[in-house]
Design a protein around this ligand. Structure first.
Ligand code: ADP
Length: 485
């Protein structure tokens, strides 16, 4: 209930604009529920374009002061923010599990992962070097400097309620930009808790605002207002394309982290037990609701049966339950719509000849719980081959040659993460180079961290987040040509 949330001691049920905790102009609210219980947690303001415009104008007003601080001063404040997040890791994790459903251990992990972007980019800010270029004429000197883009906007999803925010806000603030966030309506409390800690850390009013409410109204304003110079979005490819089109009218810079359809390939020369463990982590983290989750598990014919047997055995040991219960590995799906999508893909697979080895139906716990499911004999005509599942279904496809595996893996408009297991060094290089993906896990099922560039190719996105490259998305380079020397 709403009262129980007070134990987290964060400011709730108001949006955060220009350093103020505010309601919607018309006092309208939206409900936030716990996906494990269906219980109402609380409400947040249902804001629209007017409030968003106010946040953008405040960000514009705050920009000169923030941008003109030294990188070291900004880094100091970001470090405060990082420390406060880590100090409150347990409370933030409980809040996340309450609104998102993931197991508490995963929530704790995400808080640390999310905070790491703030620490990393604060440190990177001090090393945003420019260039000097040997001139094209003896009386000229050529220089490149890097400057903050200006006012930015971020739209983030519910599957990582904290880390998808810090991965954008961290580099934006480190670079000297100001930013307006629209968090997912399913998980706004994690976002507002970050705002509260940002305020405490000394981030000035207007530098980071959070507007809750209507996705179309807020998203429409963020993507069309000429003050906003850059939009960073993480979510579905469908909405990403819409936002790209909206941003085209004012030629905004964009970063897009969109959908994936990750192949997870196990070659006959792989360490099978390692591959089984990697598949479990990649497939079932966050109940399958990540854009880098294994979507299509492809196993070479000679080891197919033994892999399916070992994998199903490992999956059957995964405990399903509420995220707050000790030992839970798989929580509920975010909502009924997510459940229906998994159900549709499982039914489609069965209709087309797939064999349910494990699971295959809604979980006895009810609500949006679904049984971890393994389907063997998966084929290319199935929905699960074409579409991102975003749920606990593991379809296992069979291939016979390396060339066939690569061709199958690339047979999709998506190109975010791919994984493969092999012990053959020649094959490892050939396959790594042939996969049309932005990220490749090799004998590894978990690849996200703050020091590496996260992002996709093809219809999976534009730009990279994390790493030394992630901050470049928030910088413009300016070329200075000095003559008459
Ligand atoms: P999902 O289906 O995983 O929820 P979406 O792409 O629909 O992914 O949502 C990701 C984020 O985009 C959320 O914050 C959501 O509120 C926002 N969003 C959804 N529709 C729009 C839209 N038309 N304009 C702007 N943002 C949107």
């Amino acid at each position: 209930s709403a009262k129980d949330m007070s134990k987290f001691a964060f400011q709730f049920e108001k949006a955060y604009i220009n350093g103020q905790w505010v309601d919607a102009d018309n006092k309208a609210t939206i409900a936030v529920t716990n996906p494990a219980t269906g219980e109402l947690i609380g409400t947040v303001p249902n804001m629209g374009a007017t409030e968003t415009r106010r946040a953008i104008e405040a960000a514009n007003k705050a920009l000169p002061g923030w941008r003109s601080k030294t990188a070291k001063e900004r880094a100091r404040i970001l470090r405060n923010w990082f420390d406060l997040i880590m100090k409150n890791q347990d409370a933030l994790a409980q809040l996340m599990t309450a609104e998102q459903g993931k197991p508490l251990a995963e929530s704790k992990g995400e808080i640390a992962y999310g905070a790491s972007f703030i620490e990393w980019f604060g440190e990177e800010a001090k090393r945003l070097y420019g260039e000097t270029i040997p001139g094209h004429a003896s009386d000229k000197r050529l220089i490149v400097i890097k400057q903050a883009i200006g006012v930015c906007a971020a739209i983030t999803p519910w599957n990582f309620p904290s880390a998808m925010i810090t991965r954008k806000v961290g580099p934006a603030l480190a670079a000297g930009c100001t930013i307006v966030l629209k968090p997912a309506s399913q998980t706004p409390f994690s976002a507002l808790a970050l705002c509260q800690l940002a305020e405490e850390a000394g981030i000035p009013p207007g530098v980071f605002s959070c507007v809750t409410g209507s996705a179309t109204a807020i998203g429409g304003e963020l993507s069309s207002n000429p003050i906003v110079k850059k939009l960073s979005f993480t979510g579905s490819t469908e909405i990403g394309k819409l936002l790209l089109a909206q941003c085209a009218t004012t030629v905004k810079k964009v970063s897009m982290e969109l959908g994936g359809n990750a192949p997870f390939i196990v070659f006959d020369d792989a360490d099978i037990d390692l591959a089984v463990a990697g598949t479990i982590i990649s497939k079932y983290r966050n109940a399958g609701q990540t854009c880098v989750c294994a979507n299509r598990i492809m196993v070479q014919d000679s080891i197919y049966d033994i892999f399916v047997e070992k994998f199903a055995k490992a999956v059957s040991a995964l405990k399903v339950g509420s995220g707050v219960e000790a030992g839970t590995v798989i929580g509920p799906l975010i909502d009924e719509r997510a459940l229906l999508k998994v159900e549709e893909q499982v039914n489609d697979a069965v209709k087309k000849g797939g064999k349910v080895v494990l699971g295959g139906k809604r979980h006895a716990l009810g609500g949006s719980f679904y049984e971890p499911t393994v389907v063997s004999g998966a084929t290319r005509d199935m929905l699960a081959f074409r579409e991102e599942t975003f749920g606990p279904l593991a379809p296992i496809f069979k291939f016979s040659s390396e060339a066939e595996a690569i061709e199958m893996a690339n047979d999709t408009p998506f190109g975010l993460a791919a994984y493969f297991y092999s012990q053959n060094i020649g094959r490892i290089w050939r396959v790594a180079e042939a996969l049309e993906y932005g990220m490749v896990g090799i004998n590894e099922g978990l690849i996200s961290n703050e020091v590496a560039p996260f992002g996709g190719v093809k219809e999976s996105g534009l730009g990279r987040e994390g790493s030394q490259h992630g901050i470049e998305d928030y910088l413009e380079m300016k070329y200075l040509c000095m003559g008459g020397i």
